[in-house]
Design a protein around this ligand. Structure first.
Ligand code: ADP
Ligand code: ADP
Length: 228
C-alpha cells in the first residue's frame, strides 16, 4: 500500500512541484500517472522511493512512514521497490546477467540462489538467451527488458516506472507493457508515469492525472485525456 496525505514539495529554487497531494494505492493495483510536462509526475513518483523528500505531508509505504526512515535505511526500503527508468540505466561494463544479479549480490544471497533467481527473471522478460551479452549489444527494447528484470529480481511489492516506453518504438512499447502486465498479475503494484496515449487508452487501468502539482483526475479504467 502506498499512501500520501497532504504532500507538498517546493524545490530549493522555489518551484512548487507538488501542491497538496493525497492518494491511496492498494497492493496489486496498476496505476498510470499522466499529465502535461512539468506537472509534477516525476516528483510524485520520486516521493515513493525517497529520491525526493516532501516539504510537508505524510508518505506511508507498506505501513512504514518514510519520515521515520533514516537516509542509511533507504537502500533497505528500495529492496522492496523496483525502479525502471526511461533511459534504462544499465551498467555498461556488466553483462545482462551481471546487471540483474548485482542487486542480489549486494544482499549476499548464495551463488546458487542468485543464479536461479536471475535466470527466472530473465526467462520472464524472455532474455535468457542473451544473458552473456553487454547492454550495447542489445536493442532499446531488450535493454528495457533487462532493466525490468533487474527491478523485480528482489521480489519487490511495488514497481515504479518513469516513462518506461519513452525511448521505444510502438511495437517494442507494447512488448514492455505485456511484461508489466505479467508482473502485475503476480500481485505486484505497478505505478507508471507515461505520455503514451495509445497504451493508456487501450490497456485500461486506473489513471491519476497530475496538473500543476495537484491531482486533477483519478479514475478507475481511465483515459489519457490529453491531445499529445
Ligand atoms: P513532470 O514529471 O510532470 O514533467 P516534474 O516533477 O519533473 O514534472 O517537475 C515539476 C516541476 O518541478 C517543474 O516545474 C520542474 O521544472 C520542477 N523541478 C523538477 N525537479 C526539480 C529540481 N530538482 N529542482 C528544481 N525544480 C525541479
Ligand atoms: P529493435 O528494432 O527491436 O530495436 P535492433 O534492430 O536494434 O532491434 O536489433 C535487432 C537484434 O539485433 C536484437 O536481437 C539485438 O540484440 C541485436 N543487435 C542489435 N545491435 C547489436 C550489436 N551491436 N551487437 C550484437 N547484436 C546486436
Amino acid at each position: 500500500m502506498i499512501e500520501m496525505q497532504d504532500v507538498y514539495k517546493t524545490y530549493p529554487n522555489g518551484v512548487i512541484a507538488l501542491n497538496g497531494i493525497s492518494v491511496r494505492i492498494k497492493q496489486g493495483e496498476f496505476v498510470y500517472v499522466v499529465g502535461p510536462s512539468g506537472a509534477g509526475k516525476s516528483t510524485f513518483i520520486k516521493m515513493m522511493y525517497r529520491e525526493e523528500k516532501p516539504t510537508s505531508g505524510k508518505i506511508m509505504i507498506n505501513g512504514v512512514n518514510l519520515a521515520n526512515i533514516k537516509d542509511s535505511k533507504v537502500p533497505l526500503l528500495r529492496r522492496n521497490i523496483g525502479i525502471v527508468f526511461q533511459d534504462f540505466k544499465l551498467l555498461p561494463k556488466l553483462t545482462v546477467y551481471e546487471n540483474v544479479a548485482f542487486a542480489l549480490e549486494v544482499i549476499e544471497e548464495s551463488p546458487k540462489n542468485i543464479r536461479k533467481r536471475v535466470m527466472e527473471v530473465l526467462d520472464l522478460v524472455r532474455l535468457k538467451h542473451k544473458a552473456r551479452f553487454y547492454p550495447n549489444e542489445l536493442s532499446g527494447g531488450e535493454q528495457q527488458r533487462v532493466s525490468i528484470a533487474r527491478s523485480i529480481v528482489n521480489n519487490p511489492s511495488i514497481v515504479i516506472a518513469d516513462e518506461p516506453t519513452g525511448n521505444l518504438d510502438p511495437d517494442t512499447s507494447w512488448e514492455i507493457m505485456d511484461i508489466f502486465e505479467r508482473i502485475n498479475d503476480r500481485g505486484t503494484t505497478i505505478v507508471m508515469a507515461t505520455h503514451n496515449r495509445e497504451i493508456v487508452n487501450t490497456i485500461r487501468k486506473r489513471v491519476i492525472a497530475i496538473e500543476r502539482g495537484k491531482i486533477a483526475r483519478d479514475e478507475v479504467k481511465g483515459e489519457y485525456g490529453y491531445e499529445t
